[in-house]
Design a protein around this ligand. Structure first.
Ligand SMILES: NC(=O)c1ccc[n+]([C@@H]2O[C@H](COP(=O)([O-])OP(=O)(O)OC[C@H]3O[C@@H](n4cnc5c(N)ncnc54)[C@H](OP(=O)(O)O)[C@@H]3O)[C@@H](O)[C@H]2O)c1
Ligand SMILES: O=C(O)C[C@H](O)C(=O)O
Ligand SMILES: [Mg+2]
Length: 419
């Protein structure tokens, strides 16, 4: 934990020994004339004809089954904003690497230089036969909501906008455990959400499922209240039922703040207004709304999480998307629904309560469940076993899995054999 990197180190990492972070590998031999005849003309025509007759066979004869596309148009890249499709590529390559390393899912990135909702969806639909799943990434709100809805309706493979649902799952897991630690029930908490975009709206929607009642959302114009006339339909869902209209009133005695906006959108002065033992998740990337040391200066008892890899409590969707897709792909889920997301959040939260493995102890020291370790670290190999199996079971139980005769214990054994 706490490993800082410099700009030069990060640039060199991306440049050497090869440019970028990904490469493609063949999975079959290509050494003899016979190999060539099987993989290419004439042998390759047989699987083509079989798939033409029965499209489901693409899952048997091609790499579709275990292949996820990471697709972005670069309009909300981390907290850097609309930096464009090409500049988003390092992030998207990174997501593909995490799919591979953490969940053994093949993945590559596709940057689409298109902001128009219909045209973007047409492009994604047109390339969708290649993939078993589609991870939408860093697409700004409110366009992202319409894009995801349209694609989910029109395609029958799992599609998930990671900034929405990956973030909702991991922040829900962190909230569940932090609420236990401070001894305040989720339904009794006052929660301020700073940001009203893709991540903030999806997290707040899931928090309602968890029982949150008092949630005050703020966007770049301040608190979302009944007097506002500039709200889109997604923000309108979160108009506060209280008379609160200012950020100061929102933070007063709040038990939690969830920052999903950009650096500097709230300050130590706001944190000072909160309860004595607040939950402070400053999740803007790479620079959080406020740094942990700034929070601790004014609230020493706080539970603090950031999205970054160089602080304790990395509340980042990396704990979600690889394992959600693993589970969804393995039961050939038609979609990723709320039941699957709740199963994932609970599995992540529960894993933090288990003693860490020797392998983690050797590399990261003795992490024990508590304020500095509220959720597992991404390198915990048990995540794939626990989260993916919970997601797969959620898919089966909610009727969206295509596989028949799902056996949870056998599936867990298979996942264990993969780690
Ligand atoms: N840790 C994680 O796992 C994780 C996951 C996802 C996202 N994030 C981070 O969350 C942030 C938002 O991502 P997103 O995908 O949701 O982007 P987005 O859809 O573009 O939303 C950005 C939101 O920030 C709001 N905002 C801007 N300035 C603000 C201010 N001064 N006060 C309050 N709100 C303000 C915007 O308000 P308007 O609606 O008024 O424009 C908008 O609602 C990024 O920094 C991203 O890196 C972190
Ligand atoms: O990319 C990350 O580190 C998390 C998240 O998807 C983000 O957009 O900030
Ligand atoms: Mg993202």
């Amino acid at each position: 934990m706490g490993v800082k990197v410099t700009k030069d180190e990060a640039l060199d990492y991306h440049k050497f020994p090869n440019a970028g972070k990904l490469a493609i590998q063949a999975t079959k031999k290509m050494e003899t004339q016979r190999d060539l005849s099987l993989a290419y003309t004439p042998g390759v025509a047989y699987p083509c004809e079989e798939i033409q007759k029965n499209p489901e066979l693409a899952f048997e004869y091609t790499s579709k089954r275990n292949l996820v596309a990471v697709i972005s148009n670069g309009t909300a890249v981390l907290g850097l904003g609309d930096i464009g499709a090409l500049a988003s590529k390092p992030v998207m390559e990174g997501k593909s690497v995490l799919f591979k390393k953490f969940a053994a899912i093949d993945s590559f990135d596709i940057e689409v230089d298109e902001k128009d909702i219909d045209k973007f969806c047409d492009i994604v639909k047109a390339i969708s036969p290649t993939f078993g799943g589609i991870n939408l990434e860093d697409i700004k709100a409110p366009e992202c909501f319409e894009i995801e809805k349209k694609l989910v309706e029109e395609l029958n493979i799992p599609i998930m906008h990671d900034d929405q649902h990956g973030t909702a799952i991991i922040t829900s897991a962190a909230l569940m455990n932090a609420s236990e630690m401070i001894g305040i029930k989720i339904e009794d908490m006052k929660i301020v959400v700073v940001g009203a975009g893709a991540a903030a709206i999806a997290c707040s929607t899931m928090y309602k499922e968890l029982g949150v009642k008092n949630l005050i959302m703020c966007d770049s114009k301040g608190v979302i209240h009944k007097g506002r006339t500039d709200l889109n339909k997604y923000k309108k869902e979160f108009i506060t039922q209280t008379d609160i209209t200012t950020m100061e009133e929102a933070f007063k005695d709040a038990n939690m703040v969830l920052g999903l906006s950009k650096p500097g959108t709230f300050s130590q002065e706001h944190i000072k207004l909160m309860s004595e033992e607040p939950i402070v998740f400053t999740l803007a990337n790479p620079t959080p709304e406020l740094f942990p040391e700034e929070v601790f200066e004014v609230k020493p008892k706080a539970i603090v999480g950031t999205g970054r890899s160089d602080y304790s409590n990395q509340v980042n969707n990396v704990l979600g998307f690889p394992f959600i897709f693993r589970g969804a792909l393995d039961v050939q889920a038609r979609t990723i629904n709320m039941q699957m997301k709740l199963c994932a959040a609970k599995a992540i939260a529960n894993l933090a309560k288990e003693p860490i493995t020797e392998q983690i102890k050797e590399s990261f020291g003795n992490l024990t469940y508590g304020k500095n370790y509220i959720i597992p670290i991404p390198f915990d190999k048990r995540l794939m076993v626990e989260v993916s199996s919970a997601v797969a079971l959620g898919a089966v139980e909610s009727g969206v899995a295509r596989v028949k005769d799902f056996d949870l214990e056998k599936y867990k054994e298979k996942l264990i054999s993969m780690i």
